[in-house]
Design a protein around this ligand. Structure first.
Ligand SMILES: Cc1cc2nc3c(=O)[nH]c(=O)nc-3n(C[C@H](O)[C@H](O)[C@H](O)COP(=O)(O)OP(=O)(O)OC[C@H]3O[C@@H](n4cnc5c(N)ncnc54)[C@H](O)[C@@H]3O)c2cc1C
Length: 402
C-alpha cells in the first residue's frame, strides 16, 4: 500500500463524497479546496434513486434521507394547456428501495460529507488552497497548491482526482479536451416561497413552451411546503443585471402564475449551461469526476447525480488498487464505464428533454407531448421511461462494461 494519500482537487459535492467513500474504506485522503468554506448557493438539488442507494452505503445516507423531501411523482406540463403527463416512481418500487427523487440542496450534502470526514484521522480538508500545478511519475503525483495568503504548498500523493468543476485545472493541465458545446441562452434560477402545490404542481415539473419553458423543483426550507426553485431560459443578449432585477423576476413569475400578486423571491442567479464530456476520464495517475469530467443542462437533474456515480465508482476502484493490489487498468475501466454512460444517457437524455420543452414547431410539439401522454398511460412504457429518467438503466449499463 502506498504511504501517500490520494489528493483531491476540489471540495464540491463530488470531491467530498469521493473523499468520504475513500476515508470510510480506510484510505488516506487530502482535499484541496479553493474556497475558504463550503459554498451555500443554490445549485443542483435532486437525487435520483441509484444516487440515494450509493449515498446510503456511506455513513451520511440516512441523515440525507431525513433532510430531503421525497418526490415520487413528477410532471410534464404545457405552459398553456397545463398537465400533459404525470410519472410515478412507485411503479418501479420493485427495482429500487428508494422509489422517489430526493430533493435537497447540494450544499447540504457537502456539509454532511465534510462533517463526517472530520471523524476520520486519515482525511484532511484544506480550505483556501487552490491546486495550481502538478506532475506525475511512476510512483505518484506531486501537487502544488497556493494558499489564500499566497504561500505555495507541495504535497506528494499516490493519485490525483480532478473534482474541481467545469474549469478543472487538473483536466486542463493533463491537456484533456472538453468536447461538446455551450448553449447560447443562459438560465435564470430563482426560488419562491409561494406554494405551487396549490396550483396542481407536484414537487418536480417540466413545463413546455417555445419561449418560456421552465423547470420546477421543490426544496426543503423551514418545514412544509418547502421552497420552489424555478429555472427559465434567458436570451443571449439579455443583460445579467436586468434579469436579476426585482421587476424582471416578478414579471417572469407573474407571467407564469398570477399577474395580480407580488411573490417573495429569496434567491436568484443566472448561469451558463454546457453539454461537454472530457475526452478521457483518466491519464496515468490522475482521474476526473463530476463537472470536471462532464457537464449538461439541468433538465432531468442528472449532472450532480452522475458526478456522484463517478465518485463512488472511482473510490471503489482506487480502494481495490491501493488496498488489494488490483491492477491500475481498473482506472481505464472507470473511464469506459463512466464516460460512455454519460454520453449515452446523461448527454442524450438532457439534450432530448431540452429540445422537447423548447420545440417551436407546433406540430412536432404536439406529437412530442402526445408521446409523453401515451407513455404515462401505458404501464409498460411508463416503467421503461422511468428506468431511464431515474438513471437506474445508466448505472446498470455502466456495471456491464468491462
Ligand atoms: C450557478 C450554478 C447553478 C447550478 N444549478 C444547477 C441546477 O439547478 N440543477 C443541476 O442539476 N445542476 C446545477 N448546477 C450544476 C451542479 O451544481 C454541478 O453539477 C455540481 O456542483 C457538480 O459538483 P462538482 O463537485 O463536480 O463540482 P463543483 O460543485 O463545481 O465543485 C468544484 C469545487 O472545486 C473547487 N475548485 C475549483 N478549482 C479548484 C482548484 N484549482 N483547486 C482547488 N479547488 C478548486 C471549487 O471551489 C468547488 O468547490 C449548477 C451549477 C452552477 C455553477
Amino acid at each position: 500500500m502506498s504511504n501517500h494519500p490520494i489528493i483531491i482537487s476540489g471540495g464540491g459535492p463530488v470531491g467530498l463524497v469521493a473523499a468520504l467513500s475513500l476515508a470510510e474504506k480506510g484510505l488516506d485522503v487530502v482535499i484541496l479546496e479553493s474556497s475558504p468554506e463550503i459554498p451555500t448557493d443554490l445549485r443542483a438539488g435532486t437525487f435520483h434513486p441509484p444516487t440515494v442507494e450509493m449515498l446510503d452505503t456511506l455513513s451520511i445516507g440516512q441523515e440525507l434521507l431525513n433532510m430531503g423531501i421525497k418526490v415520487p411523482e413528477w410532471q410534464i406540463r404545457d405552459r398553456k394547456q397545463g398537465l400533459v403527463a404525470q410519472f410515478d416512481l412507485n411503479l418501479i418500487a420493485d427495482e429500487t428501495p428508494y422509489p422517489f427523487r430526493l430533493h435537497c440542496e447540494q450544499h447540504k450534502l457537502s456539509h454532511l460529507a465534510f462533517k463526517a470526514l472530520q471523524k476520520y484521522p486519515n482525511a484532511r480538508v484544506m480550505f483556501g488552497h487552490t491546486c495550481s500545478s502538478y506532475t506525475q511519475d511512476e510512483d505518484g503525483v506531486t501537487v502544488q497548491a497556493e494558499s489564500a495568503n499566497g504561500d505555495t504548498v507541495e504535497l506528494r500523493g499516490s493519485y490525483l482526482l480532478g473534482c474541481d468543476g467545469v474549469r478543472s485545472i487538473v483536466r486542463k493541465t493533463a491537456d484533456i479536451e472538453f468536447e461538446g458545446f455551450t448553449w447560447p441562452e443562459r438560465f435564470l434560477v430563482f426560488a419562491t416561497t409561494f406554494d405551487l402545490k396549490k396550483h396542481g404542481f407536484t414537487g418536480n415539473a417540466y413545463i413546455a413552451d417555445p419561449d418560456e419553458w421552465a423547470a420546477i423543483f421543490v426544496q426543503p426550507h423551514d418545514g412544509p411546503p418547502g421552497i420552489y426553485r424555478i429555472a427559465f431560459p434567458i436570451k443571449p443578449e439579455q443583460d445579467e443585471a436586468e434579469v436579476l432585477s426585482d421587476d424582471y423576476v416578478q414579471s417572469r413569475i407573474q407571467g407564469f402564475l398570477s399577474p395580480d400578486q407580488t411573490y417573495e423571491i429569496p434567491y436568484r442567479s443566472v448561469y451558463r449551461v454546457h453539454q461537454r464530456v472530457a475526452q478521457s476520464f483518466r491519464k496515468g495517475r490522475i482521474a476526473l469526476a463530476g463537472d470536471a469530467a462532464h457537464v449538461n443542462n439541468p433538465l432531468g437533474g442528472m449532472g450532480l447525480n452522475s458526478g456522484i456515480h463517478d465518485a463512488i465508482n472511482l473510490a471503489d476502484k482506487l480502494a481495490r488498487i491501493v488496498l488489494d493490489g488490483a491492477p491500475e487498468a481498473l482506472l481505464d475501466q472507470y473511464d469506459r464505464q463512466r464516460r460512455l454512460t454519460n454520453i449515452e444517457y446523461v448527454q442524450a437524455i438532457t439534450i432530448r428533454n431540452k429540445k422537447m420543452l423548447e420545440e417551436r414547431d407546433p406540430q412536432i410539439r404536439a406529437e412530442r407531448l402526445q408521446e409523453m401522454r401515451d407513455t404515462a398511460a401505458d404501464p409498460e412504457k411508463h416503467r421503461a421511461f422511468l428506468m431511464n429518467s431515474s438513471m437506474i438503466n445508466s448505472v446498470r449499463r455502466a456495471a456491464q462494461i468491462d
